[in-house]
Design a protein around this ligand. Structure first.
Ligand code: PLP
Length: 620
């Protein structure tokens, strides 16, 4: 596979192929229309098409489309260019774009199979691909597409909530209670996931599952705090707050877990919270881990969270659901699995990297703890993963996968009008959070997995390119020094990335005021984003974030001190601003090209800082 043939390219290099395939999409759709009952009447006669009203309607349509195109060109973000290094965006894969457009012309709705006979199948296949990527069984797991990571997270927590509540409903049901006889309320709220799933099977055998499930939380609602706490690292995406709110669990039931200086969940803090909750007799509804934190790209030690759960189950009879939010980093597991979907032993993996030049010697990836975290993903109960992030697939494509598909029963809602033939064993609409949704997305994800499989020889070089460039860029940013007139500046790297998010800041040599540093970097962001005007005129574009004490606890202290600011400054200011570059580009994988790029952007940095200083010094 040649990665250069996968993207339209920063200059539209693959335009001929792209146009041909677009033409094919349109032609084949028109031909399909024409051959469906060819003797049915036409919409209008040729001469009617020349009437004034008719022509005007077409001219108006053209006008609007041209205006839209102008606006898009003026204000859109040039994600195809390596000059854009900000949010998790880059050029998207041609196959995904083409499959999307081709399918969109048929407008299938994956809410019900009868409205999407092909794309529902493709969604199920794509879901299976993702399950396999995570080491789940293709047959016993279940995955489907969502609009994005937010919906996937909400759905994951919805399931965890219903799962936790089911044993209480079983205990209250006259024909079901024998299944949990002798168990205390505390034990009912601490059953391991697999045991609750076995109870579902037992209820189904007695044909009382629906009744028991309908007497559970989805009908009765929630008494405050009844199901316990949800333990989420401070690095969480804000979709978790939405999820707690919408599901009626309440944000007060979140126990924020500290993160370490690498912005990974701090296992000692997690363990402490777990122990305190166990001691207080408070159930733990779920623990959330993050693989690819939104602001730092950090990878939580999933393996240690799983080990902690195993320990709690074995030593204390306490269990909880574990969800992994890998919206950003999920596709990166392709960097670890071979063509037979086997997670490779570390040494074998490194040998493959060198042999195929995926990760060259000297690039610091994967760190052993990151390797162990990806390996342990097969043991979590559910995983959020966004094809529209590290899958290089256009919006809106998120997904969720569940380790054991029996869990589906907890969400299912039957709707008579959407059920089609008896062959319908794929209850997409009734078993997911959303209703109507584009079959085009499913086609885009499925087609992409066909061309770019979820393994080392498929996504390997695609994702690997960003990882390598991020490593090179990080090393440059550790050392950059330049002067603006009399004043000296240095870049500081927040940490070496776990994945490919590079966070950094500009500091004036000798400045000991954190506030001033924050202002300078915020100005830099403003100058390198849509905020200060036309994006197409920019030489470099990035994103930023502010890491605050309130949100991140003490984690940012290390970076603040590394830059030479005192802890008093940190206490006083309470936040540190960083520039945030997700390096997803495919187009800087050649060392020579990277060096030329670096020369250009490092000069641009100097130029931008000089301008900013000028504005600060003469504000009018
Ligand atoms: C870790 C994580 N989870 C969830 C989300 C939400 O995903 P979406 O924007 O697709 O809803 C994001 C988005 O950046 C994320 O980084």
């Amino acid at each position: 596979m040649d990665v250069r043939a996968l993207f339209l390219g920063p200059k539209g290099e693959n335009k001929n192929f792209f146009k041909e395939m677009l033409q094919e999409a349109v032609d084949s759709n028109i031909s399909w229309r024409k051959t469906f009952h060819p003797l049915d009447p036409y919409l209008f006669r040729t001469k009617e098409g020349h009437s004034e009203h008719f022509r005007n309607t077409l001219y108006e349509t053209e006008d609007v489309l041209i205006r839209l195109s102008q606006q898009l060109q003026e204000k859109s973000l040039p994600w195809f260019s390596p000059r854009y290094m900000g949010h998790m965006n880059s050029d998207t894969l041609m196959v995904a774009n083409l499959a999307y457009v081709m399918t969109m012309l048929y407008n299938p709705n994956n809410c019900a199979e009868e409205a999407s006979p092909i794309t529902t199948q493709l969604e199920v296949e794509a879901g299976r691909d993702l399950c396999e990527l995570f080491g789940y069984s293709r047959d016993h797991a279940w995955g489907h597409i969502t609009s994005g990571g937010t919906v996937a997270n909400i759905e994951g927590l919805w399931l965890a909530r219903n799962l936790k509540a089911l044993p209480l409903s079983i205990a209250a049901h006259p024909q079901a209670k024998h299944l949990v006889e002798g168990l205390s309320q505390q034990q009912l709220l601490n059953l391991p996931v697999r045991q609750t799933l076995d109870l579902i099977s037992a209820l189904e055998q007695q044909h009382i599952f629906e009744e028991v499930n309908n007497n559970s939380i989805r009908s009765t609602g929630l008494h405050q705090g009844q199901l316990g706490k949800v333990l989420i690292p401070r690095s969480k995406h804000y979709s978790w707050l939405k999820a707690m709110d919408i599901l009626g669990l309440g944000q007060d039931q979140i126990v924020p877990i500290d993160v370490d200086h690498n912005y990974r969940i701090d296992i000692a803090s997690l363990q402490k919270s777990v122990e305190e909750l166990i001691k207080a007799g408070t159930p733990i509804l779920a623990v959330v881990t993050v693989v690819g934190t939104t602001e730092e790209g950090s990878v939580d030690p999933v393996h240690e969270v799983i080990a902690l759960r195993n320990h709690c189950e074995q030593e204390q009879g306490i269990s909880f659901y574990v969800h992994c939010d890998a919206a950003y980093g999920g596709y990166v597991r392709s960097m670890f699995v071979d063509e037979q979907a086997q997670f490779l032993p570390y040494n074998e993996l490194i040998a493959r990297y060198r042999q195929a030049d995926l990760i060259p010697e000297g690039v610091q990836w994967p760190k052993p703890e990151v390797y162990a975290a990806f390996q342990a993903m097969d043991a979590v109960d559910s995983i959020t993963v966004d094809p529209h992030k590290s899958g290089y697939i256009p919006y809106s494509a998120g997904a969720i996968t569940y380790r054991d598909k029996r869990i589906l029963r907890l969400l299912s809602y039957h709707a008579e009008y959407t059920t089609s033939a008896e062959t319908n064993d794929i209850p997409l609409g009734p078993s997911i959070l959303e209703g109507s949704k584009a079959g085009a997305t499913a086609a885009a994800v499925w087609a992409t997995h066909q061309v770019v499989p979820l393994n080392l020889s498929g996504y390997g070089p695609v994702i690997g390119a960003g990882i390598v460039t991020a490593d090179w860029l990080s090393n440059k940013l550790k050392r950059l020094e330049f002067s603006c007139g009399e004043r000296q500046f240095r870049t500081h790297l927040m940490m070496h990335p776990d994945y490919h998010m590079v966070n950094f800041g500009f500091k004036e040599v000798g400045n000991d005021c954190l506030k001033q540093y924050n202002i300078l970097n915020q100005r830099f962001y403003e100058a390198t984003s849509f905020i200060s005007g036309r994006t197409f005129q920019k030489n470099f574009l990035t994103s930023s974030t502010s890491l605050s004490q309130a949100e991140h606890g003490g984690a940012p202290e290390a970076f603040v001190q590394q830059m030479g600011f005192s802890l008093e400054q940190w206490e006083q200011e309470g936040k540190v601003y960083v520039l945030r570059a997700a390096v997803m580009t495919q187009f800087l994988r050649d060392r020579q090209e990277f060096e030329e790029y670096w020369l250009a952007i490092s000069q641009e940095f100097q130029h931008l800082i000089t301008n900013i200083l000028h504005q600060i010094d003469s504000p009018t």
